[in-house]
Design a protein around this ligand. Structure first.
Ligand code: AMP
Length: 566
């Protein structure tokens, strides 16, 4: 008798709907035709409300202006701003004009901005004047010498040879910048016919968006996504929650990230639902207020956000009974928090999504029909039209129930990292599988659990942090001989950054000095919360730092215990 053949850890998603072959611009035009008078966009902190017809008109006008200014299809336009209506207008207007939108994280500081603008060769940068403690205008001025800013937003700077236009958001005019309103006004000379003709030439398979993800080897990499990647991923995320024109979705997650832009904007617009932005960046009370005031039916967030909302002192004052569904994603989702979201926030159909920027992002999602137990304890099943396999260190598919690295293939996988075929080839193999670096287990029914990471990455409150990037930065400190950055368990943020440093002979240092060295140069969430000094690291025989031992050692010293996640 032959041996029983185990079921391989391979799943392929089917669904009742075919893939959409539409551009991002067409998706909005479709919504404006079908649901012209329904609310498309509510931005609470700007007191703004637009129907699909109004949003489409404003987007058309801005797309004409971008062309009138001289931008051409394929040019890169960067946006560096927290959430606001201009972000949404820019997203759709750029797409309609065939421009590639480059999302820049508002937490980025000087060195990261410089890298992203140069790496992708942006022709235009649209920026908020400031964000929290960060003065964006000063950062830009520190990179562009005075003589390079020619007035009315025009730039001529050898250090950024491609950059030609700076556009500012905000009410106060800033010397030598073009204001967003001025930009909007320059489209009169471009006829709608030209835009329509251009629209017919755009192809859903063209790249339309670059989203930066941190890298294992230092600087952020630009994941290049096509219309087809993100339109479909957004559409199927919305299908997973049964979105329709009646749904009103509260989006407190950032637009620069795929959670806001794809799971948020595109899932909503492909279904004629309403986007509700409570604030420019996450504020728990603003979220609770927006859900209650706008009668939202869905709410998004990384686990940290839901924890902050549930623990807010005024939580009970808000009527959240309109909520039905939503998404928790971006980091391991604690089972206890999922249960509270179902019971105390009325999100009985809440779903968990798993994915990564490079795959559009979502590849697993629990479905509103899945049993509650599966919905709170797994990341659900494979998304329609995608494939996943789980492999061992030799690349062989493991049997169901065994852990291994999760690989994704299908329509959602990015084109590659912008201008970097070598690093693209490190993650997408010749058979088109994207190697995620996440460790997962598939059960017999196809439900997936994310059990760890092969990649050296920390997730702090939904922000990915690659220790390598911080380590390389800290090596520049004259007192640092060697450094290892690890993620320490934290109940609120999931993980916190800890830099473990070996100092050079004969010098002393304190944690504040190390943190001060980082501030202003790297994003605040990458600045180590904990800094510890040691005389040696636990090493493997081959001399590599054993980070899991180091992390365990520090968590033990600090009296920290990890908790269960989905
Ligand atoms: P990003 O590219 O910023 O979307 O981050 C992707 C990474 O976030 C993945 O590779 C995972 O490590 C992690 N991640 C996303 N969603 C989940 C989830 N539901 N559970 C555990 N980890 C997740």
């Amino acid at each position: 008798m032959s041996a029983i053949v185990p079921t391989p850890s391979y799943v392929s998603g089917i669904g009742p709907q075919p893939l959409l072959y539409r551009t991002v611009g067409e998706v909005l035009a479709f919504a404006a035709q079908h649901w012209p008078e329904r609310d498309a966009l509510v931005v609470c902190h700007q007191g703004l409300r637009l129907t699909y017809r109004e949003l489409d008109e404003r987007v058309t006008a801005l797309a004409r202006s971008l062309l009138a200014w001289g931008l051409n299809p394929g040019d890169r336009v960067a946006i560096w701003s927290p959430n606001n209506s201009q972000w949404i207008l820019t997203l759709f207007a750029a797409a309609r004009a065939g421009l590639i939108l480059v999302n820049i994280n508002p937490a980025y500081r000087t060195s990261e901005l410089q890298h992203t603008l140069r790496n992708v060769g942006c022709r235009a940068l649209i920026l908020a004047p400031s964000y929290k403690a960060s003065d964006f205008v000063s950062i830009v001025r520190s990179l562009l010498p005075d003589g390079s800013m020619l007035g009315a937003g025009r730039i001529n700077c050898p250090a950024f040879p491609k950059l030609e236009l700076l556009v500012q958001l905000g009410d106060e005019p800033i010397e030598r910048f073009l204001s967003f309103e001025e930009l909007q006004d320059c489209g009169a000379g471009v006829a709608n016919d030209r835009l329509d003709a251009l629209g017919r030439e755009l192809d859903p398979d063209q790249p339309i968006n670059v989203q930066f993800t941190s890298g294992t080897t230092g600087l952020p990499k630009g994941a290049t996504l096509t219309h087809f990647n993100i339109v479909n991923n957004g559409y199927f995320v919305g299908e997973g929650m049964r979105f329709g024109p009646e749904d009103r979705v509260c989006i407190p997650v950032p637009l620069y990230h795929c959670f806001g832009m794809v799971l948020g904007v595109l899932a909503v617009v492909t279904h004629g639902s309403t986007m509700v932005f409570p604030s420019e960046s996450f504020e728990p009370e603003a979220v609770l207020r927006a859900v209650a005031a706008e009668r939202c039916t869905a709410l998004y967030g990384v686990p940290t956000m839901f924890i902050a909302e549930l623990e807010h002192p005024n939580f009970r004052e808000f009527d959240l009974s309109s909520l039905r569904t939503g998404v928790m994603a971006g980091a391991p989702c604690p089972i206890a928090v999922m249960r509270r979201v179902v019971n105390e926030m009325h999100m009985r159909e809440v779903t968990i999504c798993y994915g990564m920027t490079e795959t559009g992002p979502v590849s697993f999602q629990s479905h509103v029909n899945d049993p509650l137990e599966k919905r709170v304890s797994t990341v659900g099943r494979i998304h329609p039209h995608l494939q996943v396999k789980i492999v061992d260190a030799q690349g062989r598919v493991v049997p169901r129930g065994s852990p291994g690295e999760l690989l994704t293939r299908g329509y959602s996988v990015m084109r590659g990292y912008w201008g970097d075929p070598d690093r693209t080839a490190e993650v997408i193999d010749p058979a088109c599988w994207m190697h995620t670096g996440d460790l997962a287990v598939l059960d017999d029914e196809g439900y997936c659990n994310i059990v760890g990471r092969v990649k050296d990455m920390i997730i702090r409150g939904g922000e990915n942090i690659y220790p390598r990037e911080i380590e390389e930065f800290l090596y520049r400190h004259p007192k640092v001989l060697d450094v290892a950055v690890v993620g320490i368990f934290d109940r609120r943020y999931g993980e916190e950054v800890c830099a473990v440093i070996r100092l050079r002979e004969g010098v002393t240092a304190d944690p504040d000095e190390v943190r001060a060295f980082c501030r202003g140069q790297i994003a605040h969430y990458k600045v180590p919360k904990y800094v510890r000094f040691v005389s040696e690291f636990p090493l493997t025989v081959s001399g590599k730092v054993q980070k899991y031992l180091l992390r365990e050692q520090i968590e033990r010293e600090m009296g920290i215990r990890r908790e269960g996640t989905a």
